[in-house]
Ligand binder design. Structure first.
Ligand SMILES: [Zn+2]
Length: 433
């Protein structure tokens, strides 16, 4: 309770109406945790199944019985640029093996992300940067096979769970690293990459992004469609997070396999271009795919992004200085700047309650059913997290909120990872992998 009260005072001091509203919501949430849930309000309750719904079930044991998969974390940047050892308990990241075990997260897709500002939208530099990150994740399993498995299939994840090991998986974020060459899709597949997001915040020559002006009119060109067909052929999942609305439409029309969004929320609840419209969520579900909700408050809570922009203006000088002081290559400077942002956001911005994130899950479930939702935290790629969800160790708090809303244990298991396992199996089918 003390902590909740402190949050309220801090947020009120921010003097923005939204900040106050959020903090009050936070207090209300904290106080309601032990009260009787009102299941009628949640879609989970609508399908509540007495056979497998255990009232008061402990979230951690529900998670241990399930297979939990997070579709997106940017932790590998810290491994490559700062030498972070994911086998130790770290204080500089949101994720490591110790906290994955504490939070019972079984499988992590590590985002292989090529920063266009430093490595280009294509070219050898972009390929080399991706290779460096792939190697860092592959070496986790090579050096610590008792802890990690490099998983490239649903069966690998299931086996690792049985053996008490963590699964490390590879996803390529931003198609820059294929260097506009179709053969590189297969090259990355052979290295273990099992999904690709055609763009990050900048459009490529072959796919429009939701993050720039070009993307407002650009979808896939013919090469882009070839890339999608090649991914289908190989058994690499197609990820629509970050792509423009035009690219989304072209991907759904082109792909013959289920399409996923590895880290996106519902635009109906938080109207930002990175989130999916109800029409897009329905179209994605029709492919058999899954929307994995992202934890970043700007994509969870309407108005949070505007507050953040105000804070960004206030701290611009601090951020610039941190970048100037940092030594090493461009990405080291980015990490230094992000650290300052993280510190200042935690002081100056309201914490968004987990309940708001679960509202996105509820919304997607109401639209298309519980078979089409999953988790894509974006841990280590975001400088703020929801309250009580500050690292992978906190994942049971999210599970607890799902249970509180009346989701059955089997539905929780689908959301935590079962739906993604189904998609992986379907995408793998007929590819000989
Ligand atoms: Zn992203």
């Amino acid at each position: 309770m003390k902590r909740a009260a402190e949050v309220c005072v801090t947020a009120s001091a921010a003097s923005a109406a939204l900040a106050l509203a959020l903090s009050l919501e936070g207090c209300r949430m904290s106080e309601n945790v032990h009260q009787t849930p009102t299941p009628a309000a949640s879609p989970g309750a609508a399908r509540d199944d007495a056979a497998d719904h255990a009232p008061g079930a402990d979230a951690l044991s529900v998670q241990r019985a399930a297979i939990s998969i997070d579709m997106h974390a940017d932790t590998v940047q810290f491994v490559v640029d700062e030498g972070a050892d994911l086998n130790e308990r770290l204080t500089t990241t949101h994720l490591d093996a110790v906290r994955m075990k504490e939070g019972s997260l079984d499988a992590q897709f590590f985002s292989i992300w090529v920063e266009p500002e430093h490595y280009g939208l294509k070219g050898e530099g972009a390929v080399a940067r991706a290779d460096e990150q792939v190697a860092a994740i592959r070496s986790l399993a090579q050096r610590r096979p008792e802890t990690w498995t490099l998983a490239t299939s649903a069966a690998d994840i299931r086996r690792a769970k049985e053996e008490g090991k963590l699964s490390a998986l590879l996803g390529l974020e931003g198609g820059y690293a294929i260097d506009e060459k179709l053969e590189n899709v297969e090259r990355f597949y052979r290295l273990g990459v099992r999904y690709m997001t055609p763009t990050w915040t900048a459009s490529t020559s072959w796919a429009g992004s939701s993050g720039d002006a070009a993307g407002q009119t650009r979808g896939l060109n013919e090469f882009g469609r070839e890339v999608i067909r090649e991914m289908n052929r190989l058994g690499m999942m197609v990820d629509v997070s970050h792509v423009s609305d035009e690219t989304f439409r072209d991907i759904v029309q082109t792909s013959t396999k289920p399409v996923i969004a590895t880290h996106s929320n519902a635009r109906a609840l938080a109207p930002v271009p990175r989130n999916l419209t109800d029409e897009q969520i329905r179209a994605l579900a029709q492919t058999g795919g899954v929307v994995c909700v992202v934890f970043y408050p700007a994509f969870v809570e309407p108005g949070w992004r505007e507050l953040k922009e105000r804070v960004d203006a206030e701290i611009a000088q601090l951020v610039r200085e941190a970048g100037r002081r940092a030594e090493g290559r461009g990405s080291a400077k980015r990490i230094a700047r992000d650290r300052v942002r993280e510190r200042e956001y935690s002081k100056r911005l309201p914490k968004v309650p987990i309940a708001r994130l679960v509202d996105h899950i509820d919304h997607i479930v109401r639209l298309v059913g519980v078979e089409h939702v999953g988790l894509g935290s974006d841990f280590d790629g975001i400088q703020a997290t929801p309250r009580d969800l500050s690292s992978v160790a906190d994942l049971p708090n999210l599970t607890a909120e799902l249970l509180r809303r009346g989701y059955s244990q089997s539905d929780v298991a689908k959301i935590l990872g079962g739906n993604i396992l189904r998609v992986m199996e379907e995408v793998e089918r007929g590819t000989g992998s």
